[in-house]
Ligand binder design. Structure first.
Ligand code: TXE
Length: 497
């Protein structure tokens, strides 16, 4: 198949001058410096964006604060939900334009951009919209005795935290931003989003659609620029009440520390890890390989919850590696704009170079590269899907996040040893267990250290199910009712009468 035609609206949008979206207006800002947006499938610059500075940070934070205390505070909970639903409608109405922009900037195969960055984003917005009218406190009985016939009553209120700074990575530039925006707006907060410098365009377009959806000016703001500069200025800003961050563990640690030091600001961190997928011996080789492809190779492995460590019963190991290599060799690698593409490029040059250095590291450590392990000879940042057989749990690729299409495999014989190996990591975002013996799976569930555990599936997220990591993979939970705790403050009121 060939590439789809770009919509005229996409070409026109790319040709515009880009900067930031503040208080309901697209602006270029005052800095002269620009940075390029590179299409990872070609390595070519497709747009340039003005770097933000202190002025834009200040303007965005002030706009968000004014909207928080003003127009958004006066908007009823039901209307907040209606706003999110109308934005969901507009995402779907403009779905092809948004999906094409996402694929051009991130290298995500177009079918995935349509399904996740647009389709799922609309679903998440509708889920959060439903919560706007259901966030409430409770009435409490005062426990201590009263004096001289006085009476007491008490209740709690869930009050929106305030201005939320949302720092977003490049892998789902719309969907992850929508997770943060949806949770904040439904709770009555306003947001300033800082997209990744690799994918700064899509949220500028979504912010315009938010205005069309009737979301008041100042409620959603977008400031673009380098993370260390703009991200840290937003966190340090006195009007920032909360930080929600998705990204790498090292950056997450910097963000968390700085939010704490800059005034104990509330922080939600959703970080990466080194997620495990473990297959028990009752699974067939075919089912194991299907599971591995689902867990580790979708979207070039660039999903924070994807599996990178695979534990296979030794009796099945050889057959699994052989069939997996065969299935990967049939995978269609190509342009993200080709609807039949199953695997596109890595999202940016730095990530591509890091991935190539990890292949080299595996070679130096004497791990067996069973399949792939090199770049593709074509322009853009393409690498082969890769299968590595580790020597031991101490191999770098069994310990460090690659965030690429690289599965590293170890065999095991003993299920007690398996649980110990799965948990022997400082991280704990996700894990999966694959078996037909659901009794055994249930007994193992409580022993696996992960924020989300899938049984016979992997990487499936749902707005109704809390998501977040344990250990160094994060703090706090998104989705479900769990998000409420992270976007509202609990106020207790006691009254004497
Ligand atoms: O992520 P960062 P990067 C992993 C993946 C990748 C590596 C680096 O392994 O190769 O991280 O990618 C902003 N204060 N993941 O550099 O640094 C930055 O501008 C405040 C995993 O893109 O975590 C961007 O908006 N903000 C991940 C966001 O933080 C700062 C998804 C994420 O950047 C900042 C993407 C600072 N000091 C990459 N420095 C996942 N787990 O989902 C940077 N930023």
């Amino acid at each position: 198949m060939s590439e789809i035609n770009l919509l005229e609206s996409v070409t026109a949008f790319l040709q515009r001058s880009h900067g930031h979206y503040i208080n309901g207006v697209s602006i270029l800002g005052q800095e002269n410096e620009t940075f390029p947006v590179v299409n990872p499938a070609t390595g070519e610059t497709i747009a340039t964006v003005n770097q933000g500075g202190e002025t834009e940070v200040n303007q965005a934070m002030q706009a968000a604060s004014a909207a928080f205390h003003g127009v958004w505070a006066e908007t009823s909970p039901m209307e907040r939900g209606n706003c999110l639903n109308r934005l969901a409608d507009l995402l779907l109405k403009n779905s092809e334009e948004l999906a094409q922009l996402e694929s051009l900037c991130s290298g995500k195969p177009i079918q995935l951009s349509r399904m996740l960055d647009v389709g799922a984003s609309a679903d998440y917005l509708r889920y959060f919209a439903g919560w706007s009218s259901k966030i409430s406190g409770e009435t409490l009985d005062v426990s201590l005795p009263s004096f001289k016939g006085e009476k007491y009553t008490a209740f709690t209120r869930r009050e929106p935290i305030g201005v939320v700074v949302g720092i977003v990575p490049w892998n789902f530039s719309i969907m992850i931003a929508i997770w943060k925006l949806g949770a904040a707006l439904t709770s009555g907060c306003t947001v300033v989003l800082k997209p990744s410098e690799y994918t700064p365009l899509t949220m500028l377009r979504v912010a315009e659609l938010a205005k069309e959806a009737g979301i008041p000016d100042g409620v959603i703001n977008v400031v673009n620029g380098l993370g260390a500069r703009i991200g840290s200025s937003l966190i340090a800003h006195p009007l920032c009440d909360k930080v929600t961050f998705t990204g790498s563990v090292p950056t997450g640690m910097i963000v968390g520390k700085s939010a704490l030091e800059q005034g104990l600001k509330h922080t939600t961190l959703e970080l990466g890890g080194k997620n495990a997928a473990a297959f028990l011996s009752d699974m067939t080789v075919e089912k194991i390989v299907d599971g591995i492809l689902e867990a580790g190779y979708v979207y070039q492995g660039q999903i924070c919850a994807a599996a990178e460590r695979f534990y296979i019963p030794s009796v099945h190991m050889e057959a699994v590696l052989a069939l997996l290599s065969e299935r990967l060799s049939a995978m269609k690698i190509g342009s993200p704009l080709d609807e039949s593409t199953e695997m596109g490029p890595l999202a940016n040059k730095e990530h591509y170079e890091k991935t190539l250095s990890l292949f080299e590291k595996a070679r130096q450590e004497g791990s067996e590269i069973v399949y792939g392990g090199h770049a593709l000879e074509r322009k853009g940042f393409f690498v082969m899907p890769t299968v590595i057989r580790a020597n031991s749990a101490e191999d770098t690729l069994m310990k460090e996040e690659t965030f690429g299409p690289i599965g590293t495999f170890l065999s095991y014989d003993d299920e007690e040893e398996l649980i110990a190996m799965m948990n022997a990591t400082p991280f704990g975002l996700s894990a999966s267990l694959w078996t037909n013996d659901l009794g055994k799976a249930m007994r193992m569930t409580s022993r696996i250290e992960a924020g989300i555990l899938w049984i016979n599936m992997h990487t499936f997220l749902d707005p109704a199910v809390p998501f977040g990591g344990v250990k160094s993979s994060g703090m706090g939970r998104e989705f479900g009712s769990a998000f409420i705790e992270h976007y509202t403050e609990l106020k207790s009121v006691i009254m004497r009468y």
